[in-house]
Design a protein around this ligand. Sequence first.
Ligand code: C2O
Ligand code: CU
Ligand code: CU
Length: 447
Amino acid sequence: LDTRQTKTAELVAQKGSSTFIGNAANQTFGFNQPYLGPTLVLENGDFNPVVKNQLSRPISVHWHGLLVRGEHDGGPHIPVIEGQEWRPEMLVNQAPATLWYHTHIHQQTAHDVHKGLAGIIHLTDGRDDDRSLPNTYGVDDVTLVLQDRRFDDRGFVSYELSMPDLMHGFTGETMLINGQYGAVCSTPKGIARLRLVYGSNAKIYSLFFEDQRDFQLIATDAGFLDQPQSLTKLPLAPGERAEILVDFSSGQPAMLMSDGDPNQGPGGMMGRMRGMVDLFVDRSISILPFAVDEQLPTRITSFPDQLEGPGISLREQDVIQTRSLSLDMGMMGGGGGGGGFAINGESFDMRRINLEVALGTTEKWRVQTTMLSHPFHIHGAIFKVLSEEGNAPLKHNTGFKDTVLVRDQTELLVRFDHPASQQNPFMYHCHILEHEDAGMMGQFTVS
Ligand code: C2O
Ligand code: CU
Ligand code: CU
């Protein structure tokens, strides 16, 4: 991935040619390059990007995780058509975090993100040295965009949805890391910071090292945790980001792996029915090998004990409204051409505002699923997980987030500090892109 440090980024959506295993049919999309886009490094303050579109289809650029007004959010109401440009002028003011951007045109998001219309944002405050965190970009601070793809012997399989793909989401067995097939990550001896960015359409990862080493989770979607959490396994679902610190001071190589996706295979649907969990068959895969390169400078050799989170006030006693949302994929109901993909029975309709939220308030959202696990995302807001299945949140879900995997029932405390009008509402949706495109999405105003 290309990187540049700029506040006036220009992103030009364009076609790529066969970047993967020689096959001209492997046509991709990217921003300023054949596949994916540059990493934008931002600090708080003015952010005035220019988005241009050279593709013969509408695109948009949604700043996933950036807390800006509805008209700057880049959702489905803000298309940039062929030959046009979009120049939002934003004021960024939030805690440092790893964010991303991607196209968000209704019913095209899954296809166009699969082809490559996505990239990374590092929002920094320049204080990582004070935190004793690795921060040499691409050396001990490595951003990894995880994307599973299907390959056949002619190369990268293009995006054609079958019925099971629609139901379970489009997944593959082969990983691309930062758009590269067969990548290896070299790391200095010492502590490395890995910024894991979920760039796939649907597959739910559960990441671990083959040698079972533990690692420290230091940040989730919306910024640092107050304290690092020691983990040996980290679930990462569509739309989520996580930063981990891994100790490579032994000099030993390591292999990052993932368990199979609980939504895939016969276990996906059937396994969710009580007592049939063992039917689950999706296999573990290798994600990325790491090799220690002793020529690279070692900077950090120990884990921090303390960090400082975004410190946003989210208290249950401030809740002024509780809402229940059910993520539906029934064969019947749902209405509106989405094959039953809906939220509270309503399939996404660009013309319908589903919820109205009061600016500057805190709400409790109780999100429920049946059949599959769905990663639930809210635009323009930050939340904390209050409970999962009636219990305290899992370790990796204790920080501030904008996307969370809902297995059964998850309660969120959500803070709405950014306005969105009827013309430019915010979205909430399942981040399995196939589900989102099929109608598992709603929109809300904040005023
Ligand atoms: Cu990552 Cu509605 O988006
Ligand atoms: Cu988003
Ligand atoms: Cu879903």
